[in-house]
Design a binder for this molecule. Structure first.
Ligand code: NAP
Length: 334
C-alpha cells in the first residue's frame, strides 16, 4: 500500500541568513519496496551547519534534500533487515523514504544506550570531535585546549572528550552568558566566554594568559585570528568548520590577518572531513561507550518535536538556539 509522505525542499537560494520562505513543503507517495529495498519512517533527523553551505550550490532547487537520519524499517524486501530495525541513512528532509538495504547502516543495539546517540556522541558529531582531537590536533595529556561553538554538538563533545583524553585546561567560547555558564557548571570546562560580549582575542587572552596548545575551530574568522594569537609554539589547529562564514561564502570576513604567525610559531593548521575517518568509528565506540554507561560524558542535545518544525529547527540552530546537537523528532521513537 502506498504511504503518504511529506518532504521539505529548497525553493530559493538565500543570500545572507536563510528564512523559512526559502523552503517549501510537498506531499508525495511511497510505493512498495523492490527486492533489496526498504520503506522506512524517518524518526530522528539531523540539522547541521554544513546544510547552509549546500544551499549555495550543493542542493538542487525543488528536489529531495539529503542529511543524516535515524529511521525505523516499516517494510522490508531485504532479507537481512526486519520490520522495526533501526537504520541510519541519508534520505532526509522527508517523513518516509524508500532506500536500498545496501545503503543503510544498521544501528547496533547496546543495552543502556539510547538510539538517538547515534546522531550525537556515537554518530558523526562525536566522531568529528574525536578525530579532530586525536588525529588532527593530536592532543597530548596536560595540554590547554580552546574550542569554539563549544556549546554545540561537536563543541560539547570535543570539550568532554578533551578532558577524558587528559587535557589540563579546557576553554570554550559560545554565543551567550547562559551557555558559557552551562559549559563550566555542567560539562566541566575550566573557563568559557560569550563571544558576542566583547572582542574574542581579549576574552581569550584573559582566560588563557599563558597561551593554548590546541585550537578546535568550529567558527573560523575572528575566532581563528584570536586563537592564532593565543597559540604557543608548535601549537595545532584542528580546522573543523567555519560557521561564522557559511551565510556569505563568496565574501568571507577578512580575518585571520595573522596567518604568518603560523610560520613564526611553527603552528600546524589542518582541515579535515569526518567522512574520511569512518574507519575510526569502532575505536570511538570502544573508547566512549564505557564512559557513557558510567555517566562520565553527556550526550547533549536539543530535540525539536514534529517534522513540520524542521525548518524552524534548522534556522534556530544557525542562530545558536541549540544546546548540543540539534535534532528533529519526526516520528514515533517507540
Ligand atoms: P552546532 O555547533 O551544534 O550548531 C552551530 C552553532 O554555531 C550554533 O549553535 C551557534 O552557537 C554557532 N554559531 C552560529 N553562528 C555563529 C557565528 N557567526 N559565530 C560563532 N558561532 C556561531 O553544530 P555542529 O553540527 O556541532 O557543527 C559545529 C561545526 O563543526 C560547524 O562549523 C560544522 O560545519 C562543523 N562540522 C564539521 C565536520 C567535518 O567533517 N569537518 C563535521 C561536522 C560538523 P552559539 O550560540 O555559540 O553562537
Amino acid at each position: 500500500m502506498a504511504i503518504k509522505a511529506k518532504a521539505i525542499q529548497l525553493a530559493t537560494r538565500p543570500t545572507g541568513a536563510p528564512t523559512a520562505a526559502d523552503f517549501v513543503e510537498i506531499d508525495f507517495e511511497i510505493g512498495s519496496p523492490r527486492p533489496g529495498q526498504l520503506v522506512v519512517e524517518n524518526v530522528y533527523l539531523s540539522v547541521d551547519p554544513y546544510m547552509r553551505e549546500l544551499m549555495h550550490d550543493g542542493w538542487e532547487l525543488n528536489a529531495f534534500l539529503t542529511g543524516r537520519v535515524l529511521a525505523r524499517v516499516l517494510e522490508s524486501a531485504d532479507s537481512t533487515l526486519r520490520v522495526g530495525d533501526w537504520v541510519s541513512h541519508r534520505e532526509s528532509w522527508r517523513t518516509h523514504a524508500l532506500v536500498d538495504g545496501a545503503d543503510v547502516r544498521v544501528l547496533p543495539g547496546v543495552d543502556g544506550l539510547d538510539v538517538v546517540q547515534y546522531l550525537g556522541l556515537l554518530g558523526g558529531t562525536g566522531l568529528t570531535a574525536y578525530v579532530g582531537l586525536t588525529r588532527i590536533a593530536r592532543l597530548q595529556p596536560g595540554e590547554t585546549v580552546f574550542i569554539s561553538a563549544a556549546a554545540g554538538g561537536v563543541g560539547s563533545a570535543a570539550g568532554q572528550f578533551a578532558r577524558l583524553l587528559g587535557a589540563n585546561r579546557i576553554i570554550g567560547s559560545t554565543g551567550s552568558a547562559r551557555k558559557a555558564e552551562y559549559l563550566i557548571s555542567e560539562l566541566g570546562f575550566d573557563a568559557a566566554f560569550d563571544y558576542r560580549n566583547s572582542d574574542v582575542s581579549a576574552q581569550l587572552a584573559q582566560v588563557a594568559p599563558t597561551g593554548i596548545d590546541v585550537y578546535f575551530d568550529n567558527v573560523g574568522s575572528a575566532h581563528l585570528e584570536a586563537a592564532i594569537d593565543a597559540l604557543r609554539e608548535r601549537g595545532r589547529i584542528a580546522f573543523c568548520g567555519a560557521v561564522a562564514q557559511y551565510n556569505n561564502l563568496a565574501r568571507p570576513p577578512c580575518a585571520p590577518r595573522n596567518l604568518f604567525d603560523l610560520v613564526e610559531k611553527s603552528i600546524r593548521l589542518e582541515g579535515f572531513m569526518v567522512r574520511d575517518y569512518y574507519d575510526v568509528r569502532d575505536e570511538l565506540e570502544d573508547f566512549l561507550v564505557p564512559h557513557i554507561l558510567a555517566g562520565r560524558v553527556q550526550d547533549v542535545r536539543t530535540i525539536v518535536d514534529g517534522f513540520d518544525r524542521m525548518v524552524e529547527a534548522f534556522l534556530g540552530m544557525l542562530r545558536g538556539e541549540n544546546l548540543g546537537k540539534m535534532i528533529v523528532r519526526a516520528g514515533d521513537d517507540g
